[in-house]
Design a protein around this ligand. Sequence first.
Ligand code: 2M8
Length: 440
Amino acid sequence: VTGDGGGPAEADQLRRLAVATLDGNWEHDHTVPSRTLYPHQWSWDSAFIAIGLAHVRPDRAWQELRTLFAAQWADGRVPHIVFNPRLRVGAYFPGPQFWGSERADGAPAAATSGIVQPPVHALAAWLVHRRAPSTASRAALTELYPALVAQQSYLTERRDVARGGLACVVHPWESGLDNSPAWDEPMAAVPADAAVMRAYTRHDTAHADAAHRPTDLDYARYLAMVESYRRHDYRDDGLADRHPFLVECPLFNAARGAAEHALADIAGVIGADPVPHRDRARRITEALVDRLFDPVTGTFQPRDVRADRLVSARTALGLTPLILPDLPPRQVAAVVTEAGSARFGLARRMDRPLPSHDRTAGDFEPLRYWRGPSWMNLNWLLWRGLRTHGRPDLAAGLRRSMIGLVAGAGCHEYFHPDTGAGLGSAAFGWTAALLLDALA
Ligand code: 2M8
């Protein structure tokens, strides 16, 4: 699992596998993360997928983003799932009936969820353009720019519950790392009973081993959090008084900051003003350092806003602020130290894949989803951060490890953090897409 894709012939073979995976998951005007587990369009998956499509099908990369933003809500939120109306009821749980987005003000015509995911889309749009600049890509940037700005405004104006400059996630699904140990402490305050799940049929455990997925108790809490938000038609006023889960996530806010940097770059190309974006980016980075960096542990940790304290788990989320180009040197050094520690094992020659959770922790679970396995998107974010902050040596080590994962197991959704064995879906969109980016 530590190979580098071998020679050009092996790299070509991997590229073909990645392209075939993306082709297989292409559905009319978007890409599904997986045909079995996730048959609709997911928000941050589409951003990562666009980054990969830019290398082979730039037209599809732009279509991917356009289709997603066509389902943007009037308040600027970009829903985490856009449901495909052609699929049978029950193709995914919880489906459109559970979310009931049609009853909320400002929801689009398409059925969607009511929550969001990390805003990595402006960065994706910028990278797609940079990969293949053309008249068409400039037109696409011009078209997407107001929507990307509205996405950011929503998060800044409606989700900064603590008024400290950071956006809250109202559900672990919004973080993208559903059952990360980072959410155990804040989730413990969400009342739920695993027996609730007897009233529902989970779809995920029909396609993946239940031991590799969140538990029924996790799901009962996930549904309780959706119900709490849905009861108020997904409005954000008064969240502090009524919502059981409010957390400032380092990855989510690092993505917000990186988005402002990308919007400044985009503004430069389309003749808009980059300055407000650079200012906002600076304020987000300052707030991130101020509110989420723990000088004692030397890492970034989520803040549970209801309890007003940092969560204690040290997960890979803490490494992701490295994507911010203006992260101060002290925090850059701290993140690189944390990544290179026995917890995560980043090295010029990696002997094991990058885990999603501290591998020295008692609750590290090598097979269970976001509680240990290696994920291509977290690898990619750290890889990008290392290049941004002048660590090409470590970036090269991580890149070899990423390529080695797919060379050893295929385009799996996640990988065993010791053996590199493939887990979850065997034909996963962002794994294929980000591999193409790593191979470029
Ligand atoms: C996973 O999340 C969904 C809920 O949104 C699920 O478990 O059903 C996460 O890995 C998330 O990050 C990802 O976007 C989604 C689709 O790949 O699957």
